[in-house]
Ligand binder design. Structure first.
Ligand SMILES: [Zn+2]
Length: 580
């Protein structure tokens, strides 16, 4: 995982064939490429009248529904037919619609919200990692060693033992993994453990040997093989030096593995109340994986699949653009990356990182590069989604969007700024003029609080700036960026409402939003960011029957315990995809 700065689905590593893509694309059934993608949501929604003659398959009643529909915010019951809401109202209103074949479920006054939309995450990739690698999100180096040792015992000696989600700030040892730690745990297999932030990896001796790295190997441009005080490799590798391992670790994922990865992550995410995701770095393989999972009945959530810019030419050649697909698998925005990461301290900032006076972070693309691909994609009918964390990087992306907007006027462009972390007044004014969409990290304040010290109290008042976005009339989304960030929507709610980390430290209290606003951000705004606000994001007649049943009511919960609210059931398209 490279947190968007590297490229997990490297076009260099993954062979692409036009034939393979076309066969996959043919599976994206339903509404074919929709003309003028701002219109498709309307076309997808049957009229209210057509529902009145339909018998419901299912009625959920005795519920405490928060619908996110301002005309009808509270309800007790819903009727569902053909995977969509047929009626929303009081028990009396809805129950009398029941026919003899209608199933009725008593919700026992449980709180129901629309299904959550994680607008920026990396589900297909995360699923494959969970399938094959050791989850190193553990609280001590000894626990990580034990997990690696256990995996090695089940792994043939010539094969790699790979770990992911390691985070040195989350272990009790107060130091990073070393070569000695890894050699002691696994002496006989090559081992590579990647850091959660994506910018560092940790290798053992067999791994360094296979990659032909010794004490005298020069560092590549933009990366480093780190050494200890006596000049010996210490097993730590950062940034582009990690590419040395890409060449020697066989990419062994089959098409079935891709599908299995989607199956696994869809289970993990729907269990927390997520019913739709934006895959923020899709490739032809991931698009195919979502379609394969759908065919095998394993696609439990809906996907808006961004396509990384490296694949753009082939997509355009195949006549594919944003909006192609249907309510399950849809082609999303064209993705580019302007700068580094927040957790890796590589976001490009106007002021240096605290404690690192000469470090302002790094750009990942020039303005001309962003413009070249952005213009080409936009002209071909694509929405644009560009990763930009630091204020300087966001300004660069706005320069590009403003220029494209002047050159190719479009009624409803919905330019997206992925992460859009550190803002200022000028950025907000320019975003407002474009009506651009920010997709800020939803759980970083709560989960990654210990990393906020590099940004400082003052700067945190302008980071993950939901209050500022909403007050300016912008429509920010909920976005986990998993694996780097945690994805449970209840954690996002707590993080956004309290701005307090796991240890009780408050970061940027001025950016707090209400529970009601946080739910809106996680539902309707996610739908809007993918042009699907008439299809999902609220519980109202005609919309897709995606919802979550909670064990407690977030409106009545102490904000500091929102994360503990249990998710009891999740429904997608009128079917329970998770039941506790
Ligand atoms: Zn991302």
């Amino acid at each position: 995982m490279r947190d968007d700065n590297g490229n997990p689905d490297s076009p260099v590593k993954n062979s692409f064939t036009r034939r393979r893509f076309l066969s996959g694309a043919a599976l994206a059934t339903g509404a074919a490429a929709l003309p003028g993608f701002s219109k498709f949501s309307v076309a997808d929604t049957p009229s209210k009248e057509s529902f009145q003659q339909t018998e419901p398959d299912l009625i959920l009643y005795n519920g405490n529904f928060w619908t996110v529909d301002s005309r009808n915010p509270r309800a007790q019951a819903v009727a569902i037919s053909g995977g969509r809401f047929l009626a929303v109202g009081s028990n009396d209103d809805v129950l009398h619609l029941a026919a003899s074949r209608t199933r009725k479920v008593d919700l026992g006054q449980k709180t129901v919200l629309p299904g959550f939309i994680d607008a920026h995450t990396h589900p297909a990739e995360a699923g494959r990692l969970h399938l094959r690698q050791v989850d190193c999100d553990l609280r001590s180096i000894a626990a990580i060693q034990a997990a690696l040792r256990e995996r090695a015992a089940k792994t043939p000696p010539d094969q790699w033992v790979l770990g992911f989600k390691y985070d040195d700030t989350k272990t009790s040892d107060g130091r990073k993994l070393t070569l000695q730690d890894l050699d002691a745990a696994v002496p006989g297999h090559p081992v590579l453990v990647t850091h959660r932030g994506g910018h560092e990896a940790f290798a053992n001796s067999p791994a360094l040997k296979l990659a032909k790295i010794d004490n005298t190997t020069p560092n590549p441009t933009g990366g480093e093989f780190e050494h200890d005080a006596s000049g010996h490799l210490d097993g730590r590798i950062n940034e582009r030096a990690i590419e040395a391992f890409d060449k020697v670790i066989p990419s062994t994922y089959t098409r079935d593995d891709y599908r299995e990865g989607v199956k696994l992550i869809a289970k993990m995410m729907t269990k927390t109340g997520i019913t739709s995701v934006g895959d923020a770095l899709g490739s032809p393989e991931t698009l195919q994986a979502y379609q394969d999972a759908r065919d095998s009945g394993d696609l439990l959530f809906r996907v808006y699949c961004f396509i990384y810019y490296a694949w753009l030419d082939r997509m355009i050649a195949a006549g594919v653009r944003t909006g192609f697909g249907d309510e399950w698998v849809r082609v999303g925005a064209m993705k580019q990356v302007a700068d580094g990461a927040i957790s890796g301290r590589t976001a490009r900032l106007s002021q240096p990182y605290i404690g690192h006076p000469n470090d302002y972070g790094t750009f990942s693309a020039t303005e001309e590069e962003l413009y070249e691909y952005g213009h080409k994609a936009y002209a071909a009918g694509w929405q644009l989604g560009t990763h930009a964390n630091g204020d300087v990087a966001i300004e660069r992306v706005l320069n590009v969007y403003e220029r494209i907007n002047r050159e190719i006027p479009r009624k409803d462009p919905r330019f997206r700024i992925e992460h859009c972390t550190l803002i200022n007044d000028s950025i907000i004014q320019r975003m407002k003029a474009l009506n651009a969409i920010p997709a800020p990290f939803s759980t970083y304040v709560y989960y990654h609080g210990e990393k906020m010290q590099y940004y400082g109290e003052e700067r945190l008042q302008h980071m993950f700036a939901l209050r500022t976005f909403i007050d300016a009339g912008l429509r920010p989304t909920q976005a986990s960026d998993y694996p780097p960030g945690e994805f449970p929507p209840m954690m996002a709610l707590q993080s956004e409402v309290t701005r307090t980390d796991m240890n009780g430290h408050v970061w940027g209290a001025n950016q707090r939003i209400s529970v009601e606003e946080a739910i809106y951000v996680g539902t309707m705004n996610g739908a809007y960011a993918s042009y699907e606000e008439n299809l999902k994001g609220s519980i109202e007649p005609g919309k897709l029957a995606d919802l979550v049943v909670l064990g407690r009511d977030p409106f009545k919960e102490d904000p500091s315990t929102l994360v503990t609210i249990p998710v009891e059931r999740t429904m997608v398209g009128g079917k329970w995809v998770y039941e506790s």
